[in-house]
Write a protein that binds this ligand. Structure first.
Ligand code: CA
Ligand code: CA
Length: 190
């Protein structure tokens, strides 16, 4: 009767994803139905446009960068459910008493954040890239002069080898003072 979706989640897939990402069985099932509802043409893959139907991403000033990051690892124009879950794992809020999953460590979250700033993917954050991301985050609430001085100060503070760029190692040192776990937790499950 009728034409039900051909997309089904197998128990083994759930187990595998659970092991890899640390999401619970119920969360995986829920995220799968979320995934399926975003997948308008029902082929098991999400495109960039599909992602922008997530209201939380559409209104996030960094939404475009976050969406971009889903595609960094797939090297394609679409993302399947497993790729989707492995990126979401980086945003999964962690409880302090929980043993950390390998995709959800501080190091992984920092790498992910670093990629969001590194717009041209050359493994360094330039002053222009920093400025561009600052723009996306604050919009027009802060004057150009102020943004410029924030960018200058950040580079000066972070740059240890004097190349006027921020490497991942330098980035990590700056972020030592920041509660990344909290900041990098985006709740897709609500
Ligand atoms: Ca760069
Ligand atoms: Ca540097």
């Amino acid at each position: 009767m009728g034409n039900k979706s051909s997309m089904q989640l197998q128990q083994e897939e759930i187990d595998e994803i659970q092991k890899e990402t640390g999401f619970s069985h119920n969360q995986i099932v829920r995220l799968f139905s979320r995934f399926t509802s975003l997948d308008k043409n029902n082929n098991g893959f999400l495109s960039r446009e599909d992602f922008l139907r997530i209201p939380e991403l559409a209104i996030n000033p960094l939404g475009d960068r976050i969406v971009h990051s889903f595609f960094l690892e797939s090297n394609e124009e679409t993302v399947n459910f497993k790729q989707f879950m492995s990126v979401l794992a980086r945003f999964r809020p962690t409880k302090s008493n929980e043993s950390k999953n390998k995709l959800n460590t501080r190091e992984e979250k920092l790498k992910f954040a670093f990629k969001m700033y590194d717009l041209d993917s050359d493994e360094k954050i330039s002053r222009d890239e920093l400025l561009a991301v600052l723009h996306m985050m604050v919009g027009d609430n802060i004057s150009e002069d102020q943004l410029n001085s924030i960018a200058d100060r950040t580079i000066t503070e972070a740059d240890e080898d004097g190349d006027s760029m921020i490497s991942f190692v330098e980035f990590k040192k700056v972020m030592e003072r920041v509660d990344v776990e909290q900041k990098m937790s985006i709740r897709f499950l609500n």
